[in-house]
Design a protein around this ligand. Sequence first.
Ligand SMILES: *Cc1c(COP(=O)(O)O)cnc(C)c1O
Length: 461
Amino acid sequence: MAHEKIPYKIYLSEEEMPKTWYNVRADMKNKPAPLLNPATFEPMGFEDLRPVFCDELIRQELDNDTREIPIPTEIRDFYKMYRPAPLVRAYCLEEKLQTPAKIYYKFEGNNTSGSHKLNSAIAQAYYAKMQGLTGVTTETGAGQWGTALSMACAYLGLDCKVFMVKVSYEQKPFRREVMRTYGASVTPSPSMETAVGRKILAEHPGTGGSLGCAISEAVEVATSTPGYRYVLGSVLNQVLLHQSIIGCETKIALDKYGVVPDIIIGCAGGGSNLGGLISPFMGEKLRGERDYRFIAVEPASCPSLTRGRFAYDFCDTGMVCPLAKMYTLGSSFIPSANHAGGLRYHGMSSVLSQLYHDGYMEAVAVEQTKVFEAAEQFARVEGILPAPESSHAIRVAIDEALKCKETGEEKTIVFGLTGTGYFDMLAYEKFHNGEMQDFIPSDAQLEESFAKLPKVPGCDA
Ligand SMILES: *Cc1c(COP(=O)(O)O)cnc(C)c1O
């Protein structure tokens, strides 16, 4: 290893940091399908979306053509506080696995939110502030998104109202207190504060809530409070655009050392971190300049890409949001208890869905006990305690590296390590005690949910 010139951590100087986000839609021949109005099935235009989202973010959402979008100076300055994120050469893991593969990971856990979500939170809060708005609302499940948004709003002096799925609110009191430290108001959902919350509580007293229900409450408050808008932490085109900072930094760092990856791997919840990581590489593939293998990793308990339908569906269970065309398990699908809360979403980014549909990307589903085995193996050699979500990518990176060991191939593998798992120690405890179970939905369960997909004229799934 003495001749190796590549350092354990590749950093970029502030000058080398990307000045633009990369919009992969510009290079897609088949553009992602537009959001539809759920009542009329007409594509949602700028004016239709204005009551919900702030103006500049709508422009970004609808822009399928501009390849490079400048990152405003204020956002770049905020990024400099916790970025560039290191690209780490996993020498220690390679050694442990005795693999000829070269493994790199992009670590996004170096901020208090513990994940990549701050990259889009600061952008969304910034555009809301620039428009003169006074506050934003959102939902959070596991809590990473709510934390990231609270941090961004505290920095910019915006009100932040978070509807947190009630079970998480009760099970993760420390997450809640982090958000309150940053000045957010955190309400367990369903709540009595909204009409939709009161309706759900009347129908299901004692419910622990769901992400879909929290979205419906957050949207209601945003659209009925002057000066407020709603923001979302994944799935949307704009979020994927902001998260392209991950991939742009990774590409600049690899280019510095002339490293070309063979395989790029990421976990996929709503698809924004994976989409962001692969964007500039996918651009090269779409333009026919280079070939890469891209692998999306999802939980076997919530397998949108590997077992879902490519169809128009609601983004929320309350069915108040626009319809998006995506790989979906159906908005009525309730994933069984899985400890990677950030991956328990029924749908998937329209951009990634289209790319997957067109054969540019692969997907695999993995079971959570196998994920935690990989998490522990990684923690013990690389010194980072990974989030359960991120560990899905670790699992597949290790599997690919072990294949290289058998074939003797020296492949270069890059994966996204989206965050740290300090708030997930109850899950680690279950794993250590041998109490963790794997849940795989039956075909019948999925069919039941597919049957409730909205019927959109001319778009039979
Ligand atoms: C939210 C989250 C994810 C899922 O991200 P998507 O961009 O929605 O796929 C993955 N890892 C961590 C640590 C998260 O917080």
